[in-house]
Design a protein around this ligand. Sequence first.
Ligand code: NAD
Length: 246
Amino acid sequence: MNRGIVVTGGGHGIGKQICVDFIKAGDKVCFIDIDDKRSVEFAKEYPNLFYFHGDISNPLTLKEFIEFAIEKMGRIDVLVNNACRGSKGILSSLSYEEFDYILSIGLKAPYELSRLCKDELIKNKGRIINIASSRAFQSEPDTEAYASAKGGIVALTHALAISLGPDVLVNCIAPGWINVTDQQELSYEDRAAIPAGKIGTPKDISDMVLFLCQQDFITGETITVDGGMNKRMIYHGDWNWYYREN
Ligand code: NAD
C-alpha cells in the first residue's frame, strides 16, 4: 500500500511479525531496536525495511529515529508502539530508577513518538497502534512497573484518540500469553488453561494491528487478544481448578 510504518521493538517477537506483515502488504517499514545483532540480520531480509539502533527510553534517540524514518520512507502513516520489557516490582524492592526506566520504555516513549509523528500522521490521516497487555487489567504479584506502564498506555490511547481525532485514529491491543520463542516447552495444561485452547502467536497480534489500520470507526479502544484467558472465572474446587500452596 506504500504507507510509511514506524515500529518500536521490531527486531524480535510481535514487533518483528508486525514489520513482516506490513512489508508483505506493500508498505515501507522503519523499526528501532536495542538488540543490534538480530535486528541487523532481520533488516537484510527486505529492501523496504529500515533499521535504527537505539534505546527508546532516550528522547534524543527517538527524535533521531523519526528523522531517520522520514529520510528513508518520505512519510509516516502508522506508528506502532510495540517495545516494552518485563520487570519485577515491589516485592523485589524494585528501585525508583528501575520503575522509571520501564515507564520510559512502555509509556513515555509512546507519548514522545506520538508527538514527534503528530504532523505526519495528521497530514496522512494515519493511525497509532499501541501494544499493551492483559496485565493492564489483571496482575500476578511483584509486577508493579510493567502493569503500570501497560495501564498507562491504555489511558494514553483514549487520550490521544480524543486529541488527534478525526484525523488520526488511535487504538491499543492487549495481548495475553504470546509465544515469541521456538524453544519454549508448552504443556497440555498451559494450553488447556486458555479457553481458545492454544498459546497465542505473534501473527495473532499482527493480524489485529493490520485490521485496526483498515477500520475507520474504531478509535480509543483497547482490544484484548488473549484467547479468552481473562474471561475464565476460577473458584477453588470447581471445574478442576484447585489452589495449591507452594
Ligand atoms: P520481545 O522481547 O520478543 O521483543 C521485544 C523487542 O523490543 C526486542 O527486539 C527488544 O530488543 C526490543 N526492545 C526492548 N527494550 C527496548 C528498548 N528500550 N529500546 C528499543 N528496543 C527495545 O517481546 P514481545 O513478546 O514480542 O513483546 C512485544 C510487546 O508485546 C511488548 O510491549 C510486550 O509488553 C507486549 N506483550 C507481550 C506478551 C507476550 O506474551 N509475549 C504478552 C502481552 C504483551
